[in-house]
Design a protein around this ligand. Structure first.
Ligand SMILES: Nc1ncnc2c1ncn2[C@@H]1O[C@H](COP(=O)(O)OP(=O)(O)OP(=O)(O)O)[C@@H](O)[C@H]1O
Length: 257
C-alpha cells in the first residue's frame, strides 16, 4: 500500500487528543496520523473508546484536550458540517437513510447538498443533471447501480450498508471514517463490502473500526490498537499480529498472522 503524504502532510492527524466524561477518561492523549491513501483499521476491546475517537474526529463530540488537523489545518474547534466541507466524512448509518427514497435519489440529494443546490432550487437544471450523473457513477462504482431505482427499504441489509458508503462518497471525502461497516452483514457479503471499499480511489484515506479480525488483517494497510482509550500499538498487520502485548490483551490465542 502506498503511503504518500500530500505535501508531506498526513490526511489526518491528532495530537494528545483527550476526552473525558466527568471523571471517566475515555480518550487518553491519542497521537495518531492517517497517511494519504491509507486503509487504516482501528481495533480494540469493547469500550476501548473507538467510536468516541471517531466522534471526536467528526466533531460530534467536543474534545477535552489536544488537537485534530486535516491536511495540516487545525479543525479542533470546527463544527461537524465545516469538517465535512473540508472532506472529513463518516458513513451515515442505515437508520439515517430514507427508506422510501431510491439509492439514486439519496445519493443525488447528497451530491446536491455538496454542490449547494439544495439551498438554490432555482438553479438551472443542468446542475441537477450533473448531480444525477455523478450519483449514477457512484452507484456503478459500488456495484449497486442495478438496484438504484428501488426503494431503499426493499434492499438487502448488505446493500443498504453499501448505500451508506455511496451517500458519503457523494460528499467527496478526502478522509472517510467507517464505523463497523460490515456489522450485521452475513459473513459472505461482508467480504464483498470490503472489496468494494478497497477499490475506492487512493486519494480517499480510510479509517475503519472493525471487530472481524479476518477482515481487518485482509484489508488494512496499518492497524492501531486502542485499549482503555490509549494507543497500545500501531503498525502493519504483521507488526500487530506479532505483538505479544496485543495478543495477550486483545487477540488472545486466535491465529491471524
Ligand atoms: N456520552 C457518554 N457519556 C458517558 N460515557 C460515555 C459516553 N460515550 C461513551 N462513553 C463511555 O466511553 C467508553 C468508550 O465507549 P466507546 O463506545 O467509544 O467504545 P468502543 O471502543 O467504540 O466500544 P464498542 O466496541 O463496544 O463499540 C465506554 O466506557 C462508554 O460507556
Amino acid at each position: 500500500m502506498d503511503h504518500r503524504e500530500a505535501g508531506g502532510l498526513p490526511a489526518l492527524r491528532t495530537r494528545a487528543l483527550c476526552k473525558h466524561f466527568g471523571a471517566l477518561q475515555v480518550t487518553r492523549s491519542v497521537d495518531f496520523a492517517l497517511p494519504v491513501g491509507a486503509r487504516h483499521a482501528l481495533i480494540g476491546p469493547n469500550g476501548a473508546g473507538k467510536t468516541t475517537f471517531l466522534n471526536l474526529l467528526t466533531g460530534t463530540l467536543p474534545a477535552s484536550g489536544g488537537s485534530i488537523e486535516l491536511q495540516g489545518e487545525d479543525v479542533t474547534r470546527r463544527r461537524p458540517d465545516e469538517r465535512v466541507k473540508r472532506g472529513l466524512v463518516r458513513t451515515f448509518q442505515v437508520t439515517s437513510l430514507f427508506p422510501e427514497l431510491t439509492p439514486l435519489e439519496s445519493v443525488t440529494l447528497a451530491a446536491c447538498e455538496r454542490l449547494g443546490l439544495t439551498r438554490r432550487w432555482h438553479r438551472r437544471t443542468g446542475a441537477y443533471t450533473a448531480a444525477v450523473d455523478e450519483a449514477q457513477e457512484i452507484l456503478r462504482r459500488l456495484r449497486i447501480a442495478g438496484v438504484g431505482g428501488q426503494p431503499t427499504r426493499t434492499l438487502p441489509y448488505g446493500q443498504q450498508r453499501i448505500l451508506e458508503v455511496a451517500v458519503a462518497l457523494a460528499l467527496e471525502p478526502r478522509v472517510l471514517l467507517l464505523d463497523e461497516p460490515a456489522a450485521g452483514i452475513p459473513a459472505g457479503e461482508s467480504a464483498e463490502l470490503f472489496e468494494v471499499i478497497a477499490e475506492l480511489p487512493e486519494d480517499i484515506s480510510l479509517l475503519f473500526i472493525e471487530h472481524d479480525m479476518h477482515l481487518v488483517f485482509r484489508f488494512a494497510s496499518r492497524i492501531t490498537v486502542l485499549v482503555a482509550g490509549g494507543v497500545m500499538a500501531e503498525g502493519t498487520p504483521d507488526d500487530i499480529a506479532g505483538n505479544p502485548d496485543v495478543r495477550t490483551v486483545y487477540l488472545g490465542s486466535a491465529e491471524h498472522a
